[in-house]
Design a binder for this molecule. Structure first.
Ligand SMILES: [Zn+2]
Length: 842
């Protein structure tokens, strides 16, 4: 017998009254969910957790366990894991639809995908097709009301009965993704739960509401995953984007939180700050969907706003990525209670209240989807029809050259292919990867490859440009040509690899590899770890290899042939770096192999300063680069421990962007002492300001004093002088050790912030100078362009036998700016070999 029951049971009502004095936020399930029949065979969240959502912050393992259970109990639901976070938490969504749809879900999916195929979509009967919703939550781990709401939503869709849910599940496929960022969510849940008092504390000063650095917003490596949708640096994003393209949903939602004193926001954002590549109809539909949110929030008396803030400009955000691909991305922002029960200007903000707003707007998204189903399906179809018309007859093909850096070309091609971009491979390691613009993703390709310098409005919530070729320091050519029958579709699993096919007893004078290779730094570190004695050449030379004469540039690494050859070949093959066997030390051009113009790089023993006042994103990017890419152990030390620390075991100290306000004069003296005994100190952006005057001296170029004509304009006027993220072009000296491995004298860097530094008096100490027209792509005010032109990108100093290398820009921006990898590697491996004549003297 199936027992039906109502949720507002007398028992739970009794409990909530009894404990009201201590559990002011204790609520019933029908505080969140509509009062309908629920299938009693489906476990409620409270039965599973032992407490009602909102009483505690749910941890990610609890979410996973509950969703797995629901998928087992309900024939409406299927569990799909799409990735693992770094801390080995599963990322997943559940596919939810009625039993009949679930029985033919793969057919439904395939037919749905045909809507995005301009050659097939006009034959589809839209009236008949379910709409596909991707509802996702809490990409910022410390904005957790969304993930907690998703648990309630999952229960509702698994257990509820009646007209609404039946219509929903008949006419929609819901892909429910409770948490885009498991590691961050868990970090935050632990924090608020461990600091929660039984007698709730509403004082914002309580520890519960003040997370310690680096907080739960980010993923394991302190990256903002809501900037990574286009960049795909992390497994969370790569898996999610694969799921996105597997389904190509019509609507994708992204539920966030904002400041405690605000209300509730839903898109559209500021209309004139929408990316011009997004069709107006996308924004119109977003606005129409918004009327459903407004109605739903009115019904429960919650305040909200729209259009006044946030934008839809950068496609690397969850709510904007879909907008360039025929979907509709929607951002929600709920005022955050952070913990459980916090005072705000609007009174006490309880955690359950924040969860309820997320639940209600998740329902209103579904209601809009059902009501507007055909309109939204038609929009998706027409988006791809129109995109196909735009490129009809356009035979342009972009060409990614595999020379001079095959591994970098592979990385870029892989990244693009993950966005469902079609790429052809000529199979030749010295050839090209080809990207025809005439394909489904033509609009996405356009935005990834376009230089933009004209903007309607000069205010950006995030970056103003993301030009991928510049990010790889690799300008990409294009030509009008046809697709050759000899090319194969790009397949990351079947790429031609360098074949270091030497016999293990091969005796050469030496083996060599080129420093320009994206993976050369990994190999250099592996050699140092494995007891090799590699040497780096300061000069170019032409040597006799077993395959003939070959020119090697500055920075080439030499490894002596010997009994460890097999190990050498294995290490090189593992990272696909080409080894050259050199047969004689007598070079036909340039220096001899035994030249004194070379040095032995040391194994890097690095320390990075972190903690309050250090930019956690930039620090995380360095940690990620060292750990995930270069496999170099990095010791992370809190600033509070610096004064008692023995520095003698480190040869590299890294200071990411930050104000370092807690470091005192004696700390600076300690650093200076350590540098003078031979250490390499690497400082980024504002860390340079901290060193200026105590360890180094430079003159920065001041900004003009702001004057405003009236009070109302002040924010807009000052925002115009922000460099939120733009690409600048500089002239580099490729003979300078910090630029070994660069073959072009133009270098692109990503600039955030307005620091500009006058060049050194010693002209040899200016290996990177911004061009006279420094802005390549993105927005910067005329004043800033003027300040930055001909200024210096690097500050290079010497104290005793040590070196200080400072960079105005972050070369590792968001882990996707791979054009800066080599500069960073040179900083850690090569700085110590910079001759005194190349240093600032002033
Ligand atoms: Zn957020």
């Amino acid at each position: 017998m199936i027992k039906k029951r109502y949720l507002n049971g007398i028992f739970s009502l009794f409990l909530s009254v009894l404990f009201f004095w201590a559990q002011a936020q204790k609520v019933n399930l029908n505080y969140y969910l509509p009062d309908v029949f629920y299938n009693p065979n489906i476990t409620t969240p409270e039965e599973y957790l032992g407490w009602q959502p909102g009483e505690w912050h749910i941890t990610h393992d609890q979410i996973t366990g509950y969703f797995k259970l629901l998928a087992k109990e309900s024939p409406r639901m299927k569990f799909t894991e799409y990735a693992r976070s770094y801390e080995q938490r599963p990322l997943f969504y559940v596919t939810i639809s009625d039993e009949s749809n679930m029985g033919q879900i793969e057919e439904i999916r395939k037919k749905h995908i045909e809507l995005t195929d301009a050659s097939k979509s006009m034959d589809l009967d839209i009236a008949d097709m379910p709409i596909v919703l991707y509802q996702g939550y809490s990409v910022h781990g410390n904005e957790s009301s969304g993930a907690n709401a998703a648990v309630l939503l999952a229960y509702y869709m698994a257990a509820a009965e009646g007209d609404r849910v039946e219509k929903l599940l008949k006419e929609a496929v819901v892909l429910l993704d409770p948490c885009y960022n498991p590691d961050g969510l868990n970090r935050f849940a632990s924090w608020v739960n461990m600091n929660k008092s039984t007698t709730l504390v509403s004082d914002p000063n309580d520890r519960e509401y003040n997370e310690i650095w680096p907080r739960g917003r980010t993923n394991h490596y302190w990256f903002d995953l809501n900037r990574d949708w286009l960049l795909l640096t992390h497994p969370e994003s790569r898996g999610r984007i694969q799921a996105f393209h597997h389904w190509k949903p019509n609507i994708l939602t992204d539920h966030h939180e904002m400041g405690t004193n605000s209300t509730f926001f839903f898109q559209p954002g500021v209309p004139e700050r929408t990316n011009p590549n997004t069709p107006q109809l996308n924004q119109d539909l977003t606005e129409k969907i918004g009327t459903f949110h407004a109605k739903a929030l009115d019904a429960i008396g919650s305040s909200y706003y729209t259009k006044e803030s946030f934008d839809d400009f950068y496609y690397g955000k969850g709510s904007t990525y879909p907008d360039i691909q025929g979907s509709i991305g929607i951002l929600f922002e709920q005022a955050s209670s952070r913990g459980h029960y916090q005072e705000s200007v609007n009174g006490i903000l309880t955690f359950p209240f924040t969860i309820r707003n997320q639940v209600v707007t998740s329902f209103s998204t579904q209601d809009a989807a059902i009501e507007m189903r055909e309109e939204i399906l038609r929009f998706q179809r027409d988006f791809y029809q129109n995109a196909a018309k735009e490129v009809k007859g356009d035979g342009t093909v972009y060409k990614i050259s595999k020379k001079p850096d095959y591994n970098k070309a592979i990385y870029l091609a892989k990244l693009l292919s993950q966005h469902d971009i079609i790429i052809y491979d000529d199979g030749n390691m010295e050839g090209y990867f080809y990207i025809p613009v005439q394909q489904k993703q033509s609009r996405l390709i356009k935005t990834m490859f376009e230089v933009v310098t004209d903007f309607k409005v000069n205010i950006f919530y995030d970056v103003s440009t993301w030009h991928f070729p510049a990010a790889f320091n690799m300008l990409i050519s294009n030509s009008v040509q046809s697709i050759s029958d000899d090319w194969k579709l790009f397949n990351a699993e079947e790429l031609v690899q360098h074949d270091n096919a030497f016999k293990t007893d091969t005796e050469m004078v030496s083996f060599a590899f080129e420093w320009e290779d994206l993976n050369a730094g990994i190999l250099l570190n592996a050699l140092l770890e494995n007891g090799f004695q590699p040497r780096m050449m300061h000069e170019a030379f032409t040597a006799s290899t077993i395959k003939g004469e070959k020119r090697f540039d500055r920075g080439t690494i030499l490894v002596k042939s010997g009994d460890k050859n097999k190990n050498l070949f294995d290490l090189a093959n593992k990272v696909n770096v080409k080894l050259y066997g050199i047969t004689s030390g007598f070079n036909s051009e340039g220096v001899m192999l035994g030249s004194p113009s070379s040095f032995k790089p040391e194994k890097v023993k690095a320390l990075m300063l972190i903690g309050n006042s250090v930019n956690a994103y930039d620090a995380g990017e360095i940690w990620f680069q060292m750990d995930q890419r270069l496999n170099i152990p990095l010791t992370k030390v809190e600033l509070t421990r610096f004064s008692s620390l023995n520095l003698s075991r480190y040869n590299v100290i890294i200071m990411p962007d930050g104000s370092y306000r807690s470091l005192k004069q004696e700390d600076m003296d300690k650093l200076k002492q350590w540098v003078s005994s031979g250490g390499t100190l690497i400082a980024f952006k504002r860390a340079l300001n901290k060193l200026n005057g105590s360890l180094i001296t430079y003159e920065s170029i001041p900004t003009a004093k702001r004057t405003f004509e009236n009070y109302g304009d002040r924010q807009e006027k000052s925002a115009q002088h922000v460099i939120g993220g733009a690409i600048f072009e500089s002239e580099i000296d490729t003979s300078y050790p910090l630029f070994y491995g660069y073959s072009s004298s133009s270098y692109y860097s990503f600039k955030r912030g307005t620091l500009a530094i006058k060049p050194a008096g010693n002209s040899l100490a200016n290996p990177m100078v911004y061009k006279t027209k420094p802005l390549f792509s993105g927005y910067a005010s005329e004043e800033n362009k003027e300040r930055i032109k001909n200024s210096s990108g690097l500050v290079i100093y010497g104290i005793g036998s040590g070196r200080i290398v400072g960079s105005v820009d972050n070369p590792l921006f968001r882990g996707y700016w791979r054009g800066g990898d080599k500069l960073f590697e040179n900083m850690i491996f090569v700085s110590g070999a910079i001759s005194g004549v190349g240093l600032r003297e002033d």
